[in-house]
Design a protein around this ligand. Sequence first.
Ligand code: ATP
Ligand code: MG
Length: 284
Amino acid sequence: MLRIAVQSKGRLYDETMELLAQAGIKFPAVKRTLLVPSRNFPVEVLYLRDDDIPDSVATGTADVGIVGMNEVLEKCQQVQVLHQLGFSRCRLSLAIPRDVAYNGVQWFEGKKIATSYPRILKGFLDKNGIKADIHVINGSVEIAPSIGLADGIFDIVSSGGTLVSNNLAEVEKVIDSQAVLIGGLGKLATEKQEVLDELIFRFKAVKAADGKKYLLMNVPRARLDEVVAILPGIKSPTILPLADENWCSVHSVIEEANFWDIVTRLKEAGAEGILVLDIMKMVP
Ligand code: ATP
Ligand code: MG
């Protein structure tokens, strides 16, 4: 049984459980305890606060964990990143009041900066030869400047909406973060390693299908080359004969983001009966 540390509630919880579900790993509908075994796969989930996840993996309380890279770097535990999961993307940035003129990182010299990430901030300041007063607060960091607690902040930013509503401007991005699967530095028992390999294999298949669509259409043979040129295709498109030999069926995989552009061009090139299907998984 492989034990995975997962945030018990919060931003990472929903997407982590969704990823596990898409990977075909099922859990009882209600979570009554902190340690919950899957119903159909040899893993159990240990629910923790995200701050405690790197440590739980470093000490071997959990075999692997799913947590933001920001926490991994801040806690700096003896762990390794096994796989980048691509969700909960955010960055850690320095921000200052919007109406203050900014002249580069030296602005922070001698200033007071509020943050929940002192280690990462100190690393950045040291690298830039800046001495500042780091004031650690857990939560509501963004209000610190307006109540006179700090000159600037160092915190998580995603859309930037929180900064704007607190009259702050982002001035330096220090790191990018996303959810990652982490493991300890030691070797896992063979059975656990096999489960972990299968887990990563499934995560990759889920991620590969993300944002992709399966496209089918009928194309007049005379215009096949035109249509094929429009399709980006992972490899070349699949082309199948139809009962009417002047037509054929073309299948391909496209990025959802390019969907409308591609469909418009396919229609112009004579494609008809275009069908678009969701892809559940992609196994290379
Ligand atoms: P806990 O109670 O477990 O300590 P928390 O309050 O510290 O939770 P959350 O706000 O749930 O943490 O955020 C968890 C992680 O999600 C963060 O460490 C970060 O990696 C990521 N995250 C936070 N805010 C955002 C955001 N706005 N957009 C994307 N990802 C985010
Ligand atoms: Mg936390």
